[in-house]
Design a protein around this ligand. Structure first.
Ligand SMILES: [Zn+2]
Length: 373
């Protein structure tokens, strides 16, 4: 996620950003270790650290013992010097997370609130956010990332459409009317994909498949989200899986969404996904049949993504949180379809089991803050 510097000022700024990112990874680190990890000279590191101390983002935490000569000073970041709020708007809920500069989730909550385009809903959103924060946190908030189940315009000013919220060409200004911090908007699956990418600096390309009440995804290419020409990249839910198959909410038939959304499972348990998995735990034969069919369709979807993008694929969303425990057969089904290897080692399960979209939206805000220090 680092940009390539183009001139001296950019190089200095990038070095400072990299110094803070490095400090955020460790509890404490000495000046020589920092210089070595960043491949920078001692004086440059010292200068960067001084600037970061002045910004209140880093502090000195004593000195390391050495075998001879002067003791090396040790530094640590202050991750909670700044915080970002992530909000996940869905049809029936609002999720809130509070994330620090290191990406750690400090707190989250989920409230039942049916979406409405009336002013009262947005006022309630602002009130809920205020009550989510503790008194000493208000001044440390750098902004809010808002995840939306829909397509957001390039400039973030409009929700072009959201089937889930039933809004079209909807101004995002309404959402921020009762929020006193700068806000950014991001598609929910892209936000969740961004969260999964956050601390994986060794991965350049990644596909995130979001298995929530609708199926979406994110394409991360060279460390950045790939949006497509119409900002619809990663709408894997509407790949055709079965010609003239089951009805999809988009109006077409046979879309992936109709076979592998979380609803396919929750519909078997009065709309309660956790209850469906509880049935599986109890060995309910009907649930086992539904689950096995689900996994077979999911394996097709995953194999198609692997053949198209040739990179690791993370299965996430509401169902993703249960895969580790329940999807014993999934890797076998995927491996059977794999043309090039006899395994499915490229398939990973999501790290963020809860509120991934809200966390990702907050991390987008943290990332833009770190790019600007
Ligand atoms: Zn569809």
């Amino acid at each position: 996620m680092n940009s390539v510097p183009t001139n001296n000022m950019d190089v200095k700024k990038q070095n400072r950003i990299n110094t803070l990112r490095c400090l955020l990874k460790y509890d404490r680190i000495s000046q020589p270790e920092l210089a070595q990890k960043l491949n920078l000279s001692w004086p440059t590191v010292l200068q960067n650290v001084k600037e970061l101390i002045n910004l209140g983002l880093v502090h000195e935490v004593g000195a390391y013992k050495s075998t001879g000569g002067r003791k090396a000073k040790a530094y640590a970041s202050i991750p909670d010097a700044k915080l970002a709020i992530g909000v996940d708007i869905t049809k029936n809920h609002i999720g809130f997370t509070l994330v620090d500069l290191s990406g750690m989730v400090i707190r989250y909550t989920r409230k039942t609130r049916a979406f409405s385009s009336e002013e009262n809903y947005f006022k309630n959103l602002g009130d809920l956010m205020n009550s989510f924060l503790k008194d000493d946190e208000f001044d440390r908030i750098i902004g809010v990332g808002i995840s939306i189940p829909g397509i957001i315009s390039d400039d973030g000013k409009k929700i072009i459409f959201s089937h889930a919220l039933d809004i079209y060409d909807f101004s995002t200004e309404k959402f921020v009317e009762f929020i006193s911090y700068p806000c950014l908007f991001i598609n929910d699956a892209n936000a969740a994909g961004f969260a999964e990418m956050w601390d994986k600096s060794d991965i350049d390309n990644l596909i995130y498949l979001s298995l929530s009440n609708t199926v979406g995804g994110a394409i991360i290419f060279s460390g950045k989200l790939f949006w497509g020409n119409n900002l619809r990249a990663g709408e894997f839910g509407h790949n055709t899986l079965v010609p003239n198959g089951k009805q999809c909410y988009c109006g077409k038939k046979g879309c992936l969404d109709a076979y592998i959304s979380a609803k396919v499972l929750s519909e078997q348990a009065d709309g309660n996904l956790a209850m469906f998995f509880e049935k599986l735990r109890c060995g309910n034969a009907e649930a086992e049949k539904v689950w096995d069919d689900y996994l077979k369709y999911l394996a097709i979807a995953i194999n198609n993504l692997r053949m198209t993008f040739d990179c690791d694929i993370i299965a996430g969303g509401y169902v993703g949180a249960f895969l580790e425990e329940f999807a014993r057969e999934l890797k076998n089904y995927v491996a059977e379809r794999n043309t090039f290897e006899s395994n499915a080692d490229f398939l990973k399960y999501c790290t963020f089991k809860l509120e991934a979209s809200a966390v990702g939206a907050a991390l987008m805000k943290i990332d833009s803050f770190l790019q600007e220090i």
